[in-house]
Design a protein around this ligand. Structure first.
Ligand code: FAD
Length: 487
């Protein structure tokens, strides 16, 4: 298809029918951006000052994706006096992964604190402190979450009662931590969830007094928080119903390596066990964890990491995805309503490489989706988002730690696996499909060149000689075999 016919198709696909209320009811001047459809830019906003109440671009949510979106607006010279971020939090956007890593280091091991990890330091960009937003003419409304939304009138209502009119809207509300029910003790003092910096502050103040920590959940949060608690030399038990750590990504053999290491670091495991009830002691604070198998554990601090749910309220009407949750968008992050976009954790988007719809709750996607969406909004760019899933974690990185853990995974963890290496310190896992195509690759403690190779392998999906890979004497040799398979 020629670029012209592609353009026409894009326009006709986004053009609301003439009978649409978009044409008759919205009292604003509209312009066409071929990649976006109708942009309603009726609201002349003076540069630097927000003299009227009409915002041209509004981002709801002041998290990871919002920070990177703001940077992209600035790069296009479209922030000053035009962009407003409405945030639930009291602080400017920051690199959220730090909350279960550097933020939880004990006081004597140089914990990370704001402004040290505002966006975009995680990707090597300028540190976006509150002053950065002011200097670039970006209005940030702190601690004033959006509670109401009217797509026809193009307005948002905040909890303090502000009525904000927007031209284009980006929803980046992320996820909220799944909680244990109140009747199971999920709201007792001493029970923590970790999603934002105020949660992390509250957890740090508990850790300062804690003796016996229980971590519920063996996924990302459970793994990282239990490693952090070990850095405080606390009696730490991690409990989860599955038979191994990180069940959604790790093979049982890979998980065993990490479990042995965690055990050496003083962390106890209770696997295949469910929580029945959290109970308070005489002071009202959590004191025991009753397990489904009838046993109880004494504790003073519980951290719950049992998953997260996309925050779609109050935007349900823009269109939700019923299989993966979140707000449905197309490959340019457009929702079903022209001029409204969704990015980051909350967006259910076409994962082109695997031809399925996905939500990805990881910071790399938060960054890239934000950049892609804002470029779509501000320019005539129409290239579909083509994301390669990437996950990473880093634990035991505090000063004086005897073993640092740093792994990366790229691709899809489907098919059979081949594991190479002895975890001293390296180990690699390769996922191959029935045609011997490499689908996913995991590496612990690689060097920068080795880590750089992983996305190339996962993107190219070379056919690999299974027998040769299995017999590789080292991780380095296995990576060399995989690399040579690409040529
Ligand atoms: C503790 C923790 C550790 C993590 N570690 C890793 C890691 O090691 N590696 C990795 O790849 N990913 C990690 N992640 C995931 C990563 O941080 C997220 O994928 C990323 O933050 C998503 O960005 P986002 O902007 O979509 O959502 P968020 O960063 O969660 O931001 C959403 C923001 O919207 C706000 N909000 C919600 N509703 C409203 C409303 N109605 N009005 C206004 N504001 C609202 C929220 O308060 C929040 O500030 C971690 C996440 C957490 C919580």
């Amino acid at each position: 298809m020629s670029s012209v016919s592609r353009l026409i198709m894009a326009i006709s696909l986004r053009m609301p029918p003439l009978s649409s209320p978009l044409h008759s009811k919205w009292p604003c001047r509209t312009t066409w951006n071929p990649s976006v459809g109708l942009i309603r830019r009726s609201f002349a906003v003076k540069a630097s000052g927000f003299a009227n109440e009409n915002r041209e671009f509004v981002i709801v949510g002041g998290g990871n994706a919002a920070g990177y979106a703001a940077r992209t607006f600035v790069e296009h010279g479209m922030a000053d006096g035009k962009l407003c971020i409405v945030s639930k939090e009291a602080v400017a956007p920051y690199e959220r992964p730090a909350l279960t890593k550097g933020y939880l280091f004990p006081a004597d091991k140089k914990p990370a604190r704001l402004p040290g990890f505002h966006t975009c330091v995680g990707s090597g960009g300028e540190r976006q402190t509150p002053d950065w937003y002011k200097d670039h003419g970006i209005e940030v409304l702190y601690q004033d979450p959006v509670v109401g939304f009217d797509a026809q009138a193009q307005t948002l209502t905040t909890s303090s009662g502000k009525l904000l009119k927007y031209g284009s809207l980006i929803i980046s509300t992320g996820c909220s931590a799944t909680r244990l029910p109140e009747k199971s003790g999920g709201n007792l003092p001493g029970v923590h969830y970790i999603r934002d910096v105020s949660d992390a502050d509250s957890l740090v103040s508990s850790l300062e007094r804690a003796q016996k920590v229980v971590v519920i959940g063996g996924g990302y949060i459970g793994m990282e928080v239990s490693a952090a608690a070990a850095g405080w030399n606390l009696d730490t038990t991690i409990i989860f119903p599955e038979d191994h750590l990180m069940p959604r990504l790790f093979t049982s053999s890979l998980a065993r390596r990490y479990e042995e290491l965690f055990h050496k670091m003083g962390i106890r495991f209770l696997k295949g066990v469910r929580i029945d009830q959290l109970e308070a002691g005489p002071n009202g604070r959590v004191a025991t964890v009753k397990l489904g198998n009838g046993n109880t554990i004494v504790t003073d601090t519980v951290i719950v990491g049992i998953g997260a749910k996309p925050v779609v309220s109050p935007f349900e009407m823009v269109g939700l995805n019923t299989s993966v949750g979140g707000i449905q968008v197309d490959s340019l992050f457009r929702t079903s309503i022209p001029g409204i976009f969704a990015i980051g954790d909350v967006a259910a988007f076409p994962l082109k490489i695997y031809n399925r719809v996905a939500r990805v709750e990881h910071v790399d996607h938060a960054r890239k989706s934000a950049q892609h969406c804002v470029r779509t909004l501000l320019t005539s760019h129409t290239q579909p988002y083509d994301y390669l899933p990437y996950f990473y974690s880093r634990v035991f990185e505090y000063e004086g730690s005897t073993r640092k853990v740093w792994w990366q995974f790229y691709g899809d963890n489907i098919g059979d696996t081949i594991e190479v290496g002895n975890f001293d310190p390296k180990i690699a896992t390769f996922w191959l499909d029935s045609d011997n195509r490499l689908k996913g690759v995991f590496l612990e403690s690689g060097n920068p060149e080795e880590f750089e190779l992983l996305p190339q392998l996962a993107r190219r999906q070379p056919v690999i000689d299974r027998a040769k890979l299995k017999d590789a004497p080292s991780v380095e040799a296995a990576l060399e075999i995989a690399k040579n398979s690409m040529s």
